[in-house]
Design a protein around this ligand. Sequence first.
Ligand code: CU
Ligand code: CU
Length: 418
Amino acid sequence: MSAAPPVTPSPPKPKSNDTLRPQPSGAGGANGTTADATTAYAESDAHALWAIVSVMLGLLVAILGFFAVMMWFDAHDAKDAANRAAARASSASGSMAGMDMTGAAGAAGALESYAGAAPANADALATAHKPFPAELLPAPAGPVADVNLVLKDVTVEIAPGVKYAAWAWAGGAPGPVIHVRQGQLVKITLTNDGAIPHSVDFHAARIAPDKAFRDVMPGKSVSYTFRANDAGVFMYHCGTKPVLAHIANGMYGAIVVEPKPGVLPKADRDYVLVASEWYLNSDGLKKPAQYNVDKAHARTPDWMTFNGYSGQYVKHPLTAKPGELVRFWVVDAGPSLDTDFHIVGTVFNTAYPFGDMKPEDALHGVQTVTVPAGGGGVFDVKIDDPGLYPFVSHAFAAVDQGQVGLLKVGAVQGTMTH
Ligand code: CU
Ligand code: CU
């Protein structure tokens, strides 16, 4: 609100002398009488004048008072706006691990970060954790790939000792890695064992989403087929509204559509990584955390993971022999942040950005390639020198929050963090 410039009312017009001059009170009147009458006349005139001035002053006070109130409202609005901006600024920086938030904590809307929360035995828990299998298993033989997916409300562990009440899959989050061959018919059967309606959207499909990706009621199933004509690595996810909440809660996975034989050089190792973010309403150490919509809107995750668990391939590295061709099939499930895929200590021999598998579109000798939220990318690397090679999202806040793993090349000892 902007105030109109204050309007100063015109001061009362001074009466002209004529008005003040007593009128003759009639012919033959005595001077004294005339004088008295004149005085009386003048007094009553003065009373009238004072009355007018009083009314005018009253009006002036009322008008000035009105503008004072308007200006107070204006100032109040400006203060509210400033407070809101401060709250936004503090929530935007709220998830950075180790950042002192005490100054902003008092502002309304500050989002407390649980990044890095860990129990005393976190290291032992990380060692005992069974990592999500990143190795790509062979595609099914024959013309049809049958895929059965079960959605379920499950408590998952997303970092050592950090539990999260997920809407995910029977095996947790991400869902199972699906591997098919280009041209294969994919038959999807989705069963909803969750408490609310869900659905499944395959980015690899060219199909009317209002039919295939429709909501499935709890306890029900849906089936549809699509031909996997587009090669690459694609996201699949629940597409039920609000999609942000369904993805953030763990309802995503990856499908590899392997190009026709002879298109790609044969890889010695194939690994699948699904990157994602987690937005928590508590630290998840004593009881499972749940989804925090404010953090999801602010895009300030507490944890970021490859295959659903912070740093799991640091304790349990992926492996290769020196000189082998290692292929990473990477999907970024988001829900909202990109992954800047990079392997420390080497350069991608070949990158297929966005999962465009045409060899003529590939890049060679590149260091870091963005995998967008909701997209994929394929990366070939050949490492001769034995060692521990971290793979990361080079947006380094993501590394602090868990998006880091190791590729162990050769029979080297130990582990490391980057
Ligand atoms: Cu869902
Ligand atoms: Cu999608």
